[in-house]
Design a protein around this ligand. Structure first.
Ligand code: ASP
Length: 442
């Protein structure tokens, strides 16, 4: 089934009837777009509320035994409005009644939230005349709550092989005891990936409201360039640092099957978007780097000790203190007689004194220093490996911008360089890195 396309549409792509029309046009424009995964209706305007959030809030009221009629009516109206505006001959009244009864019967938060995509799936299937498959029948979790890829792929593949075209709602599946369970927020991306794998799709198109990934965060850089092709590994580096467009867990199912993901914009379907592939060695990069991403909120514990390099087990003892305190570390840059541990400030807050004391006891350092309010910036790109002078350009740009670099970590894959700077320098650093690698290379 090499020519199948699985298409997933996010909440803003299905927020109202007008968006539904765009979605239908996109699906029907190519006969390969045979399997469709919708989210629940999202925001129609910035202050609007996503249906998923309305469902959580409504269920919260219901589960306290309070009157949830108003909240429930508002949800019904979101769907009825879409049905009315599209002019389709469909009534969801009996579905609404079942859901209302299940709310009264405390069917669970996950059940409540899942109805967002369930109902939207029914409407979309009717509108484009595709079959509807309830994800509870084809997406499975184990008793411990983890997703069961093997069973799901088998059942889903069998089921879809009998259906030429179908809508499979995103975000949820069922537990062995038949209750509903959802993925974490944004999880329809995962459903799309699972469906793509089950039908061995040629491509997984993920339709959203932006034209793919951008080289840098548009809240910091004005009009950053789009990324046309990115590898899974580069994407992982960038999303770890906070670039969000796609749910992180959405990558695994398609990645292992070698299926590329194309991020596309429902509001600008002709834009190429971003293609995510396993291997892009033969795809020239437009710039030396593929993307820049960064995050504030880190701190560095730097431990100094003479002759540290010859002390067996030093690193282990140091890290053991962190492990005992349930703190995971992010980076571990080290020198000959120094070692720094970069940790997320939030996991560390309130434990500073205790931790430093325990480190002193564990490794008897000559000096120990805690540096807070650090921002990390990852400069990521498969093109860096082949280009001489990347690090030189990066650091001289930072120096020109008067940004002091507190930490440097270059992954052995040469796929990224991570720099630590003071949080106050974060935006300046991001801008000057963008300028040196993108603006001047255009
Ligand atoms: N509707 C769910 C959420 O808002 C899942 C999704 O949209 O992917 O998180």
């Amino acid at each position: 089934m090499a020519d199948i396309k699985v298409v997933k549409f996010g909440g803003s792509s299905l927020a109202d009837a007008n968006q539904f029309r765009k979605v239908a046009d996109i699906i029907l424009a190519e006969k390969e777009r045979r399997y469709v995964v919708p989210s629940a209706p999202g925001k129609r305007f910035p202050e609007d509320t996503k249906v998923t959030d309305m469902l959580y809030a409504c269920y919260e009221i219901a589960s306290k035994g309070e009157n949830f009629t108003d909240a429930f009516e508002a949800i019904k109206e979101r769907y009825n409005g879409i049905i009315r505006d599209l002019g389709i001959d469909l009534s969801l009244e009996s579905e609404f009644e079942t859901i209302r009864q299940c709310f009264i019967g405390r069917a669970g938060r996950d059940y409540a939230a899942s109805r967002g995509e369930y109902l939207n799936g029914i409407i979309l299937a009717k509108y484009i005349n595709y079959s509807f498959v309830d994800s509870a029948e084809v997406i499975f979790f184990d008793d411990n709550g983890s997703f069961n890829l093997e069973r799901t792929t088998k059942v889903l593949a069998e089921r879809l092989s009998t259906l030429e075209r179908a809508v499979i709602p995103g975000f949820y599946g069922s537990m062995p005891n038949d209750t509903i369970k959802t993925f974490s927020r944004g999880g329809s991306d995962i459903t799309g990936s699972i469906v793509a794998r089950a039908v061995n799709a040629a491509i997984y198109e993920n339709w959203t409201d932006v034209s793919g990934f951008l080289v840098a965060d548009p809240r910091i850089i004005d009009n950053p360039e789009p990324i046309t092709t990115i590898t899974y590994r580069e994407l992982r580096e960038l999303s770890y640092m906070g670039a969000t467009v796609l749910h992180e867990d959405a990558i695994f199912p398609v990645r292992t099957a070698g299926i590329p993901i194309n991020i596309k914009n429902t509001n600008d379907p002709d834009a190429p978007g971003t293609l995510i592939v396993a291997n892009a060695d033969n795809v020239p990069t437009r710039y030396t780097i593929t993307g820049i991403a960064g995050k504030k909120g880190f701190c560095a514990i730097t431990v100094e000790k003479d002759m540290m390099n010859s002390e067996l087990g030093f690193g282990r003892k140091l890290l053991k203190v962190l492990e005992k305190n349930n703190i995971s570390f992010e980076h571990l840059p080290s020198g000959i007689d120094t070692m720094s541990v970069i940790v997320n400030q939030s996991t560390f807050a309130g434990k500073e004194e205790k931790l430093l004391r325990e480190i002193r006891e564990a490794v008897s350092p000559d000096h120990i220093e805690l540096d807070q309010n650090i921002a990390l910036i990852a400069v990521v790109g498969r093109g860096m490996r082949k280009t001489r002078g990347t690090a030189g350009r990066l650091f001289s740009a930072l120096a020109h911008a008067r940004v002091n670099v507190k930490m440097i970590d270059q992954g052995s894959s040469e796929l990224n360089i991570i720099v630590g700077v003071a949080e106050d320098d974060f935006e300046t650093a991001m801008r000057c890195i963008y300028d040196i690698f993108v603006t001047t290379e255009i």
